[in-house]
Design a protein around this ligand. Structure first.
Ligand code: ADP
Ligand code: MG
Length: 355
């Protein structure tokens, strides 16, 4: 490759950033600095003008508390950009914020963004355009499972296969990787959010109690599990009784929460089994040795690794700091751009990997 002094100089000074544009949380990894932003992917907008009023943590604080003309939304809820302009505003805000943290004026950044592996060409283009118009000089897209695997320290460039299961808020991503590419991947819209919904439903059906999504998430994080616990726990949940209309608190146990989310957990397990079913025998042999790595916030569900091991007969383990794997992986590409840029996905027709 020819030496391009201008690019080299630009690279030296530019504040390159890797972004995990998650359905639940957005993380920004600044080259040479590490993760400087970690905020919920929420935007509060004016209902009438659709103008963003608050972004990130500030917007999430507004959820359920907004006046009639304001609504707080998650533009990536289902893993894809359903709200292009709002996503663009969010990216702009985070890129701007990362840029702002630099003391000296710097050139526009090179930006690497993680995208779910199942997205269409149109959706990829939407993320690309959003990052470009948010002020990037160059945008690279990387499939989330590849970034997560890199960040988790899996040998993605090795000929031996490795496997990652990333469970986020809106989507779960299952991928088997080898030689820097995706051999098999599955992306499903069942992940943490769905479990929260399961808990809302369960409490409503069993106790006639209406609880909020955030309460349900707290329950899941505190006492949710995928396998029986050495010591089962209980927790107080507050909501509104649907019959009396009055506030009420009930005690719910970890056994009940496990029952509530069992269906969603099972769907994720079936998807992993599906991917394994399709894997070539050589790769299965590699995986039996290397195991399966779990990342994303959903990997923190108690005893999920244990449950998966029992179902899959393959060792499973949770990555170090599972919620930052994608952002760390994107950052690794920036650090070593020339040798790792081939992991990025192309935008042109025909250059995308099949799923
Ligand atoms: P995304 O990549 O989609 O933004 P994240 O990887 O940030 O998602 O994970 C967010 C999801 O992880 C949420 O559904 C959240 O409830 C869930 N989560 C976070 N911590 C835990 C925990 N300790 N146990 C179970 N689920 C958790
Ligand atoms: Mg994610």
């Amino acid at each position: 490759m020819a030496f391009k002094p201008f690019d080299w100089l630009l690279g030296l000074f530019s504040l390159d950033i890797g972004i995990d544009l998650g359905t639940a949380n957005t993380l920004v990894n600044v080259r040479g600095k590490g993760i400087t932003i970690n905020e919920p992917s929420w935007v509060a907008i004016n209902k009438r003008t659709r103008e963003p009023l608050a972004i990130g943590a500030e917007a999430r604080e507004m959820v359920g508390r907004t006046p009639a003309n304001v609504v707080a939304i998650r533009p990536l809820r289902d893993g894809v950009i359903s709200e292009f302009e709002i996503t663009q505003a969010m990216l702009e805000y985070f890129i701007g914020k990362a840029h702002e943290q630099s003391i000296v004026p710097v050139p526009r950044p090179r930006v690497i963004v993680g995208i779910p592996s199942g997205v269409t060409e149109v959706e990829k283009r939407a993320v690309y355009d959003a990052a470009m118009s948010a002020g990037a000089r160059e945008v690279g897209l990387i499939e989330e499972p590849v970034a997560a695997a890199l960040g988790a320290g899996l040998p993605v460039n090795d000929v031996r296969g490795s496997m990652i299961v990333d469970i986020g808020g809106g989507t779960s991503e299952v991928a088997i990787l080898s030689m820097g590419g995706v051999v098999i991947s599955r992306s499903l819209r069942v992940a943490g959010d769905e479990m929260d919904q399961d808990i809302v439903q369960y409490v409503r059906n069993k106790y006639n109690l209406l609880i909020g999504e955030r309460m349900a998430e707290q329950v899941k994080i505190a006492i949710g599990s995928a396998y029986h616990l050495p010591e089962e726990k209980t927790m107080l949940v507050r909501g509104r009784n649907l019959i009396t209309g009055l506030p009420e608190a009930i005690e719910i146990s970890s056994v009940e929460v496990r029952e509530a989310i069992a269906g969603s957990v099972q769907v994720i397990i079936e998807t992993i089994k599906d991917a394994l079913d399709e894997a070539p025998a050589e790769i299965i042999a590699d995986l039996m040795e290397a195991g399966i790595c779990l990342s994303g916030g959903g990997a923190l569900l108690q005893a999920l690794d244990k449950r998966l091991m029992e179902e899959l007969h393959i060792r499973c383990w949770v990555a170090d700091d599972p919620m930052s794997c994608v952002a760390r992986g994107a950052g690794m590409i920036l650090e070593d751009y020339e040798s790792l840029k081939r992991l990025l996905v192309g935008l042109e027709r025909g250059s995308t990997r099949h799923n």
